[in-house]
Write a protein that binds this ligand. Sequence first.
Ligand code: UGA
Length: 434
Amino acid sequence: MVTINVVVVGAGYVGLVTGLCFAKLGHSVACVDVDESKIKALRQGQVPFYEPGLVELLGEQVQEGRISFHTTFPEPTDAAMAVVAVGTPPTPTGSADLTSVFMAVDGLARALPHGAVVAIKSTVPVGTASKLKERLAAQGRPDLRVASVPEFLREGQAIQDVFRPYRMIFGVMDEATEQMLRTVHEGLDAPVVVTDTATAEMIKYASNAFLATKISFINEIANICDRVGADVTQVAYGMGLDPRIGPSYLRAGLGYGGSCFPKDTRALVNIAGEAGYDFQLLRAVVEVNQRQRLEPVRRLKESFGTLAGRVITLLGVAFKPGTDDVRESPAIDLYVALMAEGAVVRMCDPVVRRVRGWISGASKILDVCNDPYLVLAGADAAVVVTEWPEFVALDWRRVARFMRCPVVFDGRNVLKPDEMKMAGVVLLSVGRGC
Ligand code: UGA
């Protein structure tokens, strides 16, 4: 096995997990991030976000001496490969903000040795790798090779996804780069697809957009199921047994959240628009998703008439279980919409402690309780926003007794209608006819 010195720029979610993966594969990794507190924490073996198994992997690799953390580039470095894994947050128009990518690449232009590979893992608009190649040439570094190596890991399952990926996409401009990428990824057993860089960049967007489309599609089917008396969970099961459709990403609910699907779907609509194409289907996917997250407001208004003065508990603030990430979580939009209806809203999550929300035009820090029984006591209704197992396992008989009205909107279809009925809960759900 050949040991490669790798610099990873950005010790966020993708950067840290990727860096640790390369370290575990036996390479020597230097992780760089401008955030001093993050680097300090990582040096002490602390992971600044919640991800199962990551603290242990970090401890192991720090102990082995295969990963180190820095706030500035080791200049010059002997790294034969650099990975750019900085954030590309959405601009107000929905396109990706590339400021951090440019800063990272400019830094690498000063630091990397002749012929090194700059692998872009950040999700960037199609054509960015080519532009970065030109940018490097303009800075006197035409020798540096640019590659697009998109990342497909899911939060909450990052370690499994990074060590057992479904596929690896190497977007390259020459064979030497492909060879370097193959060497660095040696030990990972997954199909490799070698393409040009624009195709690799598109594979990332198209994959996320397709999964988002499946989710909005099943949510639309769920809404119809509710109106015609069918059960969406069985519809999805019946559909998913056809291998051409597949069972995954067909869970109806409150729609997709997180830092990726919402951002990437909007960005792809923009990319298409800038290329003179109206991506109608994806625009509809985004719209459906936005509407779907507010479905509980509509259904609870149907039940209560008005929500003014009603106490409503949101069970779950993280955008999905297994993470403390609240970016684009339906819980925040729901909180704001329910407050606008005059409801009193309480929030509960097993790992999220507080969250920032825009209330009446001002940014406010909202407290999140970790004890579901506490926030359910005296509530008029509850909404399961995130399918944490902790919520499924609640003693619902006890909950039904101490809620003012035991109305529960199961926004993720994880509660069993029969059991809820036995417990005395009035269950509302997405596409299950109740
Ligand atoms: C997603 C992709 O799955 C990863 O492959 C990709 O690498 C990542 O974005 C990224 O671009 O970085 P992630 O955002 O961690 O990963 O979350 P997912 O597990 O895919 O879930 C996304 C959202 O879809 C969640 O809000 C989840 O609740 C929702 N979802 C998922 C549904 O509503 N229904 C489903 O059937 C599946």
